[in-house]
Each structure stands twice: as C-alpha cells, then as structure tokens.
Design a protein around this ligand. Structure first.
Ligand SMILES: [Fe+2]
Length: 445
C-alpha cells in the first residue's frame, strides 16, 4: 500500500521524535549502573515479556473491529519500576516486535504506531519523574507516587490519542477534535481505568519479584477469555438479528436485502455526521431492525396487493413501527435509543408522519436518518412496475422533500458529500429474479 503523500513527512517526523525521546530519556533519566544491576535487567525482561503477552492477547473491541491491547499496562508499570529510559526502550522493542510479527498492515502504519506508543511512554515517564515520582524496584510509596502517576497517565493518553487523531484527521481531511471524539468514544475511560492496573503490577513486583508473571498472566488470560466471550456473544446476537431480518425479507423479492442496505447507508450518513462509536452502533442496529414490525403475514399480503389499500390496511401499515417496538422489547438489553429510532422512523420533519406526529429535531436522529435511507433504497431498487430510478431523480426527490419529509441538514450532507454516489457504488443491489405484483414502495410504508 502506497503511503499517502501528505502523511509521509508526519510519519517520519513521528519516528524521529520517538527515537529522539528514547535518547533524551537515557540522557536525562538513566543511571548507567542499572546495566550491571541484575535486578534491573530481570525486571526489564519480565516487563517486556508481559508487554508482548498483552499484545498477543489483544482484545477485540466490537465496534469497528478495532484491536485494543492492554500492553500499555506493563509499559506504564515499567515507568514506576525501571524508570522513563528503561520504559521507553522497552516500549520501542515491544512495539517493534509486535508490529513486525503480530500485525499485518502497511509499513507506514507500523512505523507510526510504534512511534506514537514510544513517544507516549517517554512523555509519561518524563512527567512522572518531573512531578517527583519515585522509581524503585524495592518500594512503592503510594501517597508520594500516585499523584505523579495520574499526571503521567493523562500525559500518556493525551500524546497517544492526539497524535493518532491528528494523523487520521490529516488522512481523512477532517477536523482533529471531531476525529478525536469519534475515535476515543467511551474507550478512553476504559483504558484510563485499566492503566491504574499498572500501579497494581508495580506493587506486586515490589512484593513478589519475578513471580508476578504467574500472578498477572493468569488474570490477564481470564480477562481476555471473558472479553472474548462477551465479544463473540455480541457478534452472534448481531448475526442472528441480521439472519432474522433476511429471513423475513426473503418472503418478498422486492424487499430482500432492504434493511441491510438501509443499515449500511445509515452508517455512511452517521459517519459523515461524525457520530461517536456508541451512537453509530445504535443507528446501525435500529436501521437494520426498523421494519421488523412487518413480520406479520398480513403485511406481505398488502405488499403484494394490486389495488389501493383499504382503511383497515392503512391502519395496519401505520401500526408497524409500534408493532416492531413491541417485538424488540422482548430482546433483553436493547438500548432505548434503538427502540425510539424504530418507533419513529416514519415521522416527517414537518410533523405529518406517524405514529406520533413528531416534528423537526423532536424526532430521534436515528429515525431521521432511516427516513432518508429508507426512501433512497426504495427509489434505487427495482419495483414490479419500474426499473431502479437514476441517481439524478433521487437527488431531485430528496431536494423536493427537503424540510417537509426529510431533515434538511441530512439531505444537505448527503448531497454535499456525494453520499448518494457512495451508497450506489458500495452497496450490493438486489435484482429480483421473479417479477411479482406490488403496489407500494417499501420506503413509503
Ligand atoms: Fe417502515
């Protein structure tokens, strides 16, 4: 993979800064006697081993499939036990080995990842010592060392998240703060809490020496197993929901794949709106589930009906969002935001929608996004009575109903960022094998 030109100088600058920070740590914070001290050398090797083991057990955090390793815990413990110079050198070796042997990604990403971790550890180490933190393998004075350690971990995550967000914001041409907010999400608090474990690792090392390998690796395996199982269960849950939706939609060739496509395009819009990780997950799921209220066979009959609808059938159509919510309530732990996005996905910006007649920003954001995506999908897929409509017509329709049916800011975003083009090119389009008879656009009901 070719390195994007605008990133080239930033990547190399980060590498130079990282190596420079290790050298500076040795110049200012290193006691040369450490190199002939067997305890110091043993601690360095054990902490390096812990760092590599943590990387190997990297936890898969669900949203976006990002890998989250706890290797920063032994690296921060190294600051307390062997000092900033040893810790930054350890981070350099550990990250280089990890990036070379454990990960498959472009070289420039490996260089940047290693550099930003080394810089973060070196900065945290320097701050710890400058704030009077004590480096020792034999004692840990909690009251003296805890406050500087807190400043050190703030420094660590500050350098780490800001440098990563900066590079991503340059690569994606987005504002840095929005990128930071989107990438960090709720994870920074989790990582911050986990980093406090470094104090525990240091205390255990002072007390038990090399036995720490046994004392920490077993709980780490337990943690990895528990997170791994939770992650797998969540994925299984998501896969089953998707399977359920596909099974329901398979009954009618004209709706087959509709919800998955709406879910994909809703994610595109939510990402363009720079929604955070959590909201992105809610929007994805509510878009996938928005029409689950049509599970009843009565809806299939309506979809296949040739003539106009009877008043009773219209009432049934208008009831599908509430029916959907009733069904979804049986799923434990489904977030309230998902339920309300499903309930209100047919509300219109001008208040003429159903079931509650909500208007404007009173409609949940997820519902407003689904309303746009639902209609785009209905227009861009084949119907029994017409071929898919061209993008130019879809664009005109969005503009025609901007501010009446649709949230004007979402329509503007879709048109300005050419998301229609992206939706059309990135999503699989379904071509029905059989032509049935249907009187309704799924986006209309
Ligand atoms: Fe619907």
């Amino acid at each position: 993979m070719q390195i994007p030109r605008e990133l080239n100088s930033i990547i190399w600058l980060s590498a130079v800064l990282a190596v420079g920070s290790v050298l500076l740590s040795f110049v200012f914070f290193f006691d040369p006697h450490s190199l002939v001290n067997p305890d110091w050398l043993t601690a360095s090797v054990i902490l390096l081993g812990l760092s590599l083991i943590s990387t190997l057990m990297a936890l898969q955090i669900s949203e976006g499939g990002a890998t989250s390793s706890l290797d920063f815990v032994p690296q921060l413990a190294a600051v307390l036990l062997i000092g900033p110079a040893g810790a930054s050198a350890l981070a350099l070796v550990s990250e280089t080995v990890s990036e070379l042997f454990f990960y498959d990604k472009p070289t420039f990403k490996k260089i940047f990842n290693t550099s930003q971790v080394v810089l973060s550890v070196a900065a945290a180490g320097a701050v710890y010592v400058l704030f009077d933190g004590q480096v020792s393998l034999t004692e840990f004075d909690f009251s003296q060392n805890f406050p500087p350690f807190i400043v050190a971990i703030i420094t660590y995550f500050g350098v780490n998240t800001i440098s990563v967000s900066y590079v991503v914001s340059v690569a994606e041409k987005k504002p840095i703060f929005e990128t930071w907010r989107q990438m960090s999400g709720g994870l920074i608090f989790f990582d911050f809490a986990m980093s406090l474990l470094a104090v525990g690792v240091a205390l255990l090392y002072v007390e038990f020496g090399w036995m720490i390998l046994v004392l920490t690796v077993i709980p780490l395996f337990g943690l990895r197993y528990s997170y791994g199982t939770t992650y797998e269960l969540r994925r299984l849950n998501d896969d089953l929901l998707e399977l359920l939706i596909k099974t329901i939609e398979a009954q009618d060739p004209y709706t087959s794949g509709h919800s998955v496509r709406v879910s994909e395009s809703a994610q595109l819009i939510a990402r363009a709106m720079r929604s955070n990780r959590k909201d992105l997950g809610y929007i994805r799921k509510s878009a996938l589930l928005h029409d689950i209220g049509k599970i009843d066979v009565a809806y299939l009959e309506i979809l296949r009906q040739k003539g106009p609808l009877t008043p009773a059938q219209r009432d049934l159509i208008r009831a599908h969002p509430d029916r959907g919510v009733d069904i979804l309530k049986s799923i434990r732990d489904l977030h309230q935001d998902i339920l309300s996005s499903v309930r209100h996905h047919h509300e219109r910006w001008d208040g003429d929608g159903y079931p509650s007649g909500l208007a404007g920003e009173g409609i949940p954001l997820g519902s407003r996004i689904i309303m746009v995506c639902d209609t785009i999908d209905a227009m861009t897929t084949a119907r029994p009575y017409r071929d898919p409509l061209p993008i130019s017509v879809v664009r005109e329709e969005l503009l025609r109903h901007r501010g009446t049916q649709f949230d004007p800011s979402i329509v503007d975003l879709v048109l300005e960022q050419d998301l229609l083009g992206e939706i059309e090119t990135s999503l699989p389009t379904y071509v029905p094998k059989t032509v049935g008879k249907s009187g309704l656009d799924s986006g209309a009901v």
